[in-house]
Design a protein around this ligand. Structure first.
Ligand code: FAD
Length: 255
């Protein structure tokens, strides 16, 4: 392996939200810089192979820290994720030195409409934490208005981000957060929105009064949500160049 292209990270913590969903906290030797919304390429050396088995993951933490946070779904038949779940605290995880991606804030627009399925909230967490920090430091005067629509089958799959974003939305006018659950019959205590992200999009788009010519839209996670949300946005007057997407996988056999 050409170690000059990779950084060695240490697994500090895994916090489970369900059997398939967890936050991974990894520690780097040096503070890591990137633009909020970008993804890191993480990997493990498998079966003595020289080159690590690599997959891209959006960074959920804000830049400039030695701690990197990732919200990851375990794919049962996947090559890498079951191996990530086998790791003990203190294990090595390799990361490509360059954190990259174009799924970052669109500076050409005032308002930001962010849609995510489950782990797809990661880029928005990084963006929101970064904005919060910039406001606190006085590095940003006018907060950018943001509306986050975050869907999962059941509320616990939204993880600790549910409480974090709820609390921030309560405290700050610039943030609205709408968690939504598509299997409420499996989550009887849930009192929030029900349905998929694309089902609640129209209602909250109207309520937020985000005009299409002032708003950038972002869709992240499951390809079906991305496709459906984009259709709704285009019918609502959003032009293609203001709808940004980060598709986490391609469905097999169109399933
Ligand atoms: C830019 C980018 C950022 C990403 N960020 C994240 C992130 O923050 N968190 C995260 O969990 N994943 C993220 N992903 C997906 C991630 O890179 C891997 O594809 C995923 O973790 C599966 O890897 P694997 O090796 O276990 O499965 P693979 O062996 O790569 O895939 C096995 C099969 O499962 C399908 N598959 C992959 N992911 C899913 C899924 N979530 N649900 C259903 N089927 C799936 C694949 O299409 C493939 O057919 C991101 C992908 C991209 C392109």
């Amino acid at each position: 392996m050409d170690a000059s292209q990779y950084s060695r990270l240490t697994l500090m913590e895994r916090v489970d939200f369900s059997d398939e969903l967890a936050v991974f906290r990894l520690e780097a030797d040096e503070p890591v810089d990137f633009t909020p919304g970008q993804y890191a390429t993480l990997g493990l050396r498998v079966d003595g192979n020289d080159r690590p088995l690599l997959r891209p993951y959006s960074v959920a933490s804000a830049p400039g820290s030695t701690e990197l946070e990732f919200f990851i779904e375990r794919v049962e038949e996947g090559s890498l994720t079951p191996k990530l779940w086998d790791l003990e605290r203190g294990a090595d995880v390799w990361m490509r030195d360059k954190i990259v991606g174009r799924f970052v804030l669109d500076a050409s627009r005032t308002c930001h409409l962010m849609m995510a399925t489950v782990t797809g909230v990661g880029p928005y967490i990084s963006i929101i934490r970064d904005q919060l920090r910039a406001l606190r430091r006085g590095a940003l005067e006018t907060p950018r208005p943001m509306l986050v629509l975050h869907g999962a089958s059941r509320s616990w799959e939204l993880g600790t981000y549910l409480d974090e974003l709820d609390a921030l939305a309560e405290q700050f006018d610039w943030l609205d957060y709408v968690p939504t659950v598509s299997r409420p019959w499996e989550d009887p205590e849930w009192e929030g929105e029900c349905g998929r992200v694309e089902d609640v999009l129209r209602k909250y788009l109207d309520a937020a009064s985000f005009a299409p010519d002032e708003t950038a839209a972002y869709t992240c996670g499951h390809p079906q949500m991305i496709e459906k949300a984009q259709g709704i946005l285009e019918r609502a007057g959003f032009s293609e160049d203001t709808i940004h997407e980060e598709k986490y996988f391609v469905e097999r056999n169109g399933a």
